[in-house]
Design a protein around this ligand. Structure first.
Ligand SMILES: CC(C)(COP(=O)(O)OP(=O)(O)OC[C@H]1O[C@@H](n2cnc3c(N)ncnc32)[C@H](O)[C@@H]1OP(=O)(O)O)[C@@H](O)C(=O)NCCC(=O)NCCS
Length: 186
């Protein structure tokens, strides 16, 4: 898997341990950002180190690739996006510093990850994403990136920062053929 990708406004790259401080402060310790995540906000810097180490190690599996996302203009880390690949199917997740929401960054990053995933894994046929049923911003990102709503899975996810669990998820997906035909039209 390619370890560094430059988009119009962003740099997506394999994390290094030194990213821990920026990751911790920019989003991972923020309870507003983590509201719909499947993990609780980090409270201490060493937790960010453990997290980044796990991200780096998972690259070696050849199935899980987490990219830190930095702004091209100043190299500041503003989020992270993860791609998982398991045979014919893939999945992803993303999270951004709340000061950077609403600027199209998540959509830009997701479109890029879909493209590089399908390029790097010729056997990958479908990529899906889930979000909490109330996470309208995340659902909108998936729609803008070209994924289709495929349904609701009831009582599927445990989200520790939400009051009632387990939670219902919205599921979105895109097939290789849909992605390629969208590229041809653009
Ligand atoms: C979800 C998240 C990644 C979106 O990032 P972002 O960079 O703001 O996304 P974009 O700017 O590309 O697009 C966001 C879209 O959602 C829309 N949106 C934002 N909040 C919304 C809300 N409460 N209701 C409806 N739409 C909303 C925006 O208007 C925008 O759509 P538009 O371009 O049609 O106007 C960001 O909010 C985030 O990090 N949230 C916390 C972590 C998280 O929930 N991750 C997803 C887990 S599944």
């Amino acid at each position: 898997m390619i370890e560094r990708i430059i988009t119009e406004r962003l740099i997506l790259r394999k994390p290094v341990i030194e990213d821990k401080t920026e990751v911790f402060h920019s989003y991972a310790s923020d309870p507003v950002v983590t509201k719909y995540m499947m993990w609780e906000p980090l409270t201490e810097l060493p937790q960010a180190e453990v997290f980044i180490k796990r991200c780096i190690e998972s690259w070696d599996s050849g199935k899980e690739f987490s990219f830190v996302i930095a702004k091209r203009e100043n190299s500041r880390i503003i989020g992270m996006i993860r791609l998982g690949v398991n045979g014919k199917t893939g999945d992803f997740g993303y999270v951004f510093d709340k000061n950077e929401w609403g600027k199209g960054y998540a959509t830009e990053a997701l479109k890029t990850i879909l493209r590089i995933a399908l390029e790097a894994f010729p056997g990958l046929m479908e990529i899906s994403g889930i979000c909490d049923i109330e996470n309208t911003a995340s659902a909108r990102v998936m729609e803008k990136a070209g994924l289709c709503f495929t349904g609701i899975v009831r009582a599927r996810s445990f989200r520790p920062n939400m009051p009632k669990n387990p939670r219902d998820d919205n599921v979105y997906s895109i097939r290789r053929s849909q992605f390629e035909s969208a590229i041809r039209k653009s």
